[in-house]
Design a protein around this ligand. Structure first.
Ligand SMILES: [Zn+2]
Length: 128
């Protein structure tokens, strides 16, 4: 049981994943602060202090908080756009590595085969 558990922990990149989750949580705080403290005040100037939270639609006893939903959609779009800009800036600083292809397509059966294969394992054609 303990041996199995050890194998489970060692399998995959549990530690890498844990680091990713923790870094993601820390990074989320930065993004939240960036949006709430730096981006939203600028947008508020253009929106003339309109508070979407007050937008509601009353249908008899049912109250739809349309403004809250609009706020959620709006902040999602702002966060997505900020993330896009951050990743774009990051990619210009650290260009993503182009990985060398490890497979090629067999010209006869169009299956994927290893790049250095001399014979297709699917259709047995000779590859040069
Ligand atoms: Zn083939």
């Amino acid at each position: 049981m303990i041996k199995e558990f050890k194998a489970f922990i060692a399998r995959g990149n549990v530690l890498d994943m844990a680091v990713g989750v923790v870094m993601g949580a820390a990074f989320k705080a930065i993004i939240d602060s960036l949006v709430a403290d730096l981006i939203t005040p600028i947008l508020n100037v253009f929106l003339n202090g309109v508070n979407f939270k007050e937008w509601t639609i009353h249908a008899g006893p049912i109250v739809f908080s349309v403004g809250n939903f609009f706020n959620a959609v709006f902040s999602f779009l702002v966060i997505a756009f900020v993330m896009f800009l951050l990743i774009k800036a990051f990619n210009t600083m650290v260009p993503p590595k182009e990985e060398a292809p490890t497979t090629k397509t067999c010209p006869y059966c169009k299956s994927e085969v290893a790049i250095d294969a001399t014979r297709c394992p699917h259709c047995t054609s000779t590859l040069e």
